[in-house]
Design a binder for this molecule. Structure first.
Ligand code: NAG
Ligand code: NAG
Ligand code: NAG
Ligand code: NAG
Length: 823
């Protein structure tokens, strides 16, 4: 107590001499000095400054370190949780050698180091050019011995030279934690640390939950960040020994500025580099980058492949735990083994490449073993599920093994490492068939194949006969006749169709539709027809077929393909359409030659025609019909290139005002499906509007939404269009084949409309009647909101709107983008 009073008196004494400091900048603070709110402590090379500041719009004062650059980016804060809110603060060193932050008038200690070690002589406080604030004795500081250093207590920023990870001797863990908000440096709920498992891994957490796993150090970088490679800007350093385990990085050019910040506003770790030329920070890297990076996206034993459809996949030898939820794109339950492991004898390994290795919580590391020994060791331990080299630099070395389930694996399109996954021997093709048995199998296979061919030939003969017979029967079958009347449809007899299509000759096959094959035919009077034959093996069944027949029979519109009649004979069912000589839209817009044939005025007409056809389906027809599978290949073109929407097999009718439905079975085509439909099976006329928006973008750009790849990795066509729109250069989207034909004002309007149609929230999307008005230029266009399926992008700036939404909804969103990107 007495010491404290003396100390207080000392401070009062000190203030009496305040005017002595003519300069506001100090180079050190010693026991007899202090730092007030008008002063800063600068590093010798003036790179960093320590002083008092108020973040954002806050009035609170904090003691912090900032880079001495125009925007004075704060990289460290002393009193994160104890702001000074009543008066200017004061930083001083007390007689015990402790560093104290005092509230000036109140004289309470706001923050201190609480050093436990007794110091013999008073230390000094220095700010180094690395940005490290150090307390130590003059003689020691130069040799890097400190009583305390700010680098051991990172806030939201990892500067070059700062360590992320563990001092194993003291048990001290250096964790980087986001600010709560730009106004409040108190710890937020997003943090980055080095997870001290047997095979330590980099982890970002939201609260205590794992959010993103950079993965273990594999000798070159973190397993989950193959993009982080040796580079000309900084050296990457990982140290793991008996005393410490940490990650750090060092700039090659020490006079530059670099920082990795853990950002609460978007749950990203962002690596920035200061650009002198533009006087601003540029983002060097950002993680997590895409949905497959998010922790455990595909559940246990699942592999997240951003190029897959769907992008969660079970490893070979595994299958979805619940096929039903898996098919509904709910992957959380993950995958289970198809066949149990034998363990004692007869298990093997399948090699998967290009991966981020699993969560190392249940792992084992032995750097002395090689890969072969690793595999042998793994095989001997029944709970070992996978292994690989722990160090992939050079030839590869060391051994890492995983026990129990494999969690949080993803596929990289380039980079990534091998993983040897244990499976039952029977899952491994051709593993140990003895030679003799092999030859027997081959001869058996040949015999079976011959038998199948013979059988097929016989069946074909019989079927052809049956077809002829049925054709005859049909004419006298009264019940069939009655059904035809009921459907208001001309009935074709089978013989006519068999004749017209040359007995469904392969030469006449036009393609494979949702139901089954489609054939071209010519009736005796010369009229050309297209015959869609329901294949019984197709996913669509008789019910859908009849549904389509009844619907289309009642629909008449110049932008809908016309149904001429049908043919029903027992199980054999066919639809007869008018023949469209120009096939479907996708043959043109995605093709170099075809694209040239469709200049802007033709595309304009096609777009308007599709819109009118869809509007008719939604509103004007007697029934309300949702198409549910609108896409370029379902838009046929007649001889004058007029569009006709086809394939109503998935349409559903609704009476009255019912505009929404829910289905357990999601049908349709990835790449055109609205997010709410793909994810929840929620469909409405607005899901069709979404598909129309995509089709519009495809017609304008000549690019497929599915399979769209751009140099900005992670963009699909929508994301690309949205980015260009936000950057004010939507015209870059236009198909170069359009050349001079395009009318810029129209194209811009149409791009604008397409972005309105693909907005994430169905209620934001216009109805088709508004779309038709907008297309004609008779309606004002609101600003589009963020599209659905945009994520998976490498840039986050366009998500500003959704940064505060919860992670679940945004990951739902991300989940599907990748579906759409997938080829
Ligand atoms: C000093 O600050 C503390 C905490 O804010 C407060 O409880 C106390 O009343 C203050 N004392 C004076 C003299 O202002
Ligand atoms: C290091 O960076 C500084 C500041 O950007 C620059 O002026 C200097 O030329 C760089 N030195 C080297 C060797 O590149
Ligand atoms: C967080 O990210 C946003 C968007 O990239 C950026 O504007 C902001 O400055 C970042 N915050 C920090 C603390 O770097
Ligand atoms: C298998 O490995 C686990 C984890 O290292 C260990 O606990 C267990 O004892 C091992 N079992 C055998 C049979 O070696």
């Amino acid at each position: 107590m007495a010491a404290f009073c003396l100390f207080v008196i000392g401070i009062i004494g000190f203030f009496a001499f305040l005017p002595i400091f003519s300069t506001a900048q100090l180079h050190s603070v010693s026991a007899s000095q202090s730092l007030n709110h008008n002063q800063t402590l600068v590093s010798p090379g003036r790179r960093f400054e320590l002083g008092f500041f108020s973040p954002g719009s806050s009035k609170n004062q904090y003691l912090g370190i900032w880079c001495n650059i125009p925007d004075k980016t704060v990289v460290w804060v002393a009193n994160r949780v104890n702001p000074i809110n009543d008066s200017p603060g004061l930083l001083t060193i007390n007689s015990a050698g402790d560093l104290l932050l005092l509230s000036h008038d109140n004289r309470t200690v706001i923050w201190s180091l609480n050093l436990t070690k007794q110091v013999e002589s008073p230390p000094i406080l220095l700010l180094l050019d690395s940005g490290n604030l150090v307390l130590g004795h003059d003689r020691d500081i130069n040799s890097g011995i400190y009583l305390w250093q700010s680098f051991d207590y990172p806030t939201d920023t990892l500067l070059p030279g700062m360590k992320l990870g563990w001092d194993l001797k003291t048990g001290h863990n250096r964790v980087v934690t986001s600010w709560k908000s730009p106004d409040d440096p108190a710890p937020g709920d997003f943090s980055w640390d080095l997870d001290l498992t047997n095979y330590p891994q980099s982890i970002m957490r939201k609260g205590s939950e794992k959010y993103y796993r950079g993965g273990p150090w594999n000798g070159i970088g973190f397993s989950g960040v193959p993009a982080l490679k040796p580079n000309p800007v900084f050296n990457i350093i990982f140290v793991s020994n008996a005393d410490e385990v940490y990650y750090t990085y060092e700039l090659r050019n020490k006079s530059e500025f670099s920082r990795i910040v853990v950002n609460q506003s978007n749950y990203k770790g962002q690596h920035y580099q200061w650009r002198e030329e533009s006087s601003g920070w540029v983002m060097f890297a950002e993680f997590p980058r895409e949905s497959c990076d998010n922790y455990r996206t595909c559940g246990i034993n699942g592999n997240c492949n951003p190029g897959g459809i769907p992008f969660c996949q079970c490893f070979k030898g595994f299958e979805p735990k619940s096929l039903e939820s898996w098919n509904q794109l709910n992957w959380s339950e993950g995958c289970v083994r198809r066949k149990p492991l034998d363990c004692k004898n007869g298990d093997g390994f399948i090699t998967f490449s290009g991966l981020k290795v699993p969560d190392t919580t249940n792992s084992y590391l032995n750097t002395a073993l090689d890969l072969k020994e690793c595999g042998e060791l793994c095989l001997r331990n029944c709970s070992c599920m996978a292994y690989t080299s722990s160090n992939i630099s050079g030839e590869g070395s060391g051994c890492a093994m995983w026990f129990h389930d494999l969690i949080d694996i993803r596929q990289f399109l380039s980079g990534g490492q091998d993983l040897y996954v244990r499976v039952s021997a029977s899952e491994i093709e051709g593993k140990t068939w003895p030679k003799v048995r092999k030859s027997i199998i081959i001869s058996c296979a040949v015999a079976v194949a011959v038998a199948i061919l013979v059988a097929a030939y016989c069946i074909h003969k019989i079927r052809t006969k049956e077809v002829e017979k049925k054709g005859v029967n049909l004419e006298i079958d009264e019940s069939n006749q009655g059904r035809t009347d009921d459907m208001d449809l001309p009935l074709f007899d089978l013989a006519t169709i068999v004749n017209a299509t040359d007995n469904f000759s392969i030469d006449n096959k036009l393609g494979e539709g949702g139901f089954g094959p489609v054939y071209k035919g010519r009736l005796l009077d010369g009229q050309e027809i297209a015959v869609k034959r329901l294949s019984r093996s197709s996913r669509q069944g008789l019910v859908e077929f009849k549904n389509e027949v009844k619907l289309i029979a009642k629909l008449q519109h110049r932008n809908l393909v016309k149904l001429l009649g049908c043919c029903v004979q027992g199980d054999d069912t066919m639809l007869v359409y008018e023949y469209m000589p120009n096939k479907s839209l996708d043959f043109f817009i995605f093709d170099e030659k075809g694209g040239k044939l469709l200049d802007w005025s033709k595309r304009y007409q096609i777009i308007c025609g599709i819109a009118r056809g869809l509007l008719y389906l939604h509103q004007d027809s007697r029934l309300r019909i949702i198409h549910r599978d609108l896409k370029a290949s379902n838009v046929l073109l007649d001889e004058e290139m007029r569009p006709k929407i086809s394939d109503f097999g998935m349409a559903r009718t609704f009476g009255g005002d019912q505009t929404e439905g829910n289905t357990n079975r999601v049908v349709g085509t990835y790449g055109y499906m609205a997010p709410e439909y793909a994810i929840d099976g929620q469909f409405s006329i607005k899901s069709d509007v979404f598909s129309f928006g995509i089709l519009l973008l495809e017609i304008i750009s000549g690019q497929k939404n599915r399979g769209f790849y751009h140099q900005h990795q992670g963009f699909n066509l929508i994301g690309h269009a949205w980015r260009l729109w936000k950057e004010g250069k939507p015209l870059e989207l236009i198909d170069p084949l359009l050349g001079e034909s395009c009318v810029v004002s129209e194209v811009t309007r149409f791009i604008h409309i397409s972005l309105l149609c693909v907005q994430q929230h169905p209620e934001d999307r216009p109805t088709m009647s508004s779309v038709v008005l907008m297309l004609s230029g008779e309606s004002d266009l609101p600003e589009p909101n963020q599209p659905g399926f945009l994520l998976g992008m490498s840039k986050i700036s366009y998500q500003a709107k959704s940064t505060s939404t919860n992670i679940d909804s945004s990951s739902t969103n991300e989940v599907t983008i990748t579906l759409l990107e997938a080829r």
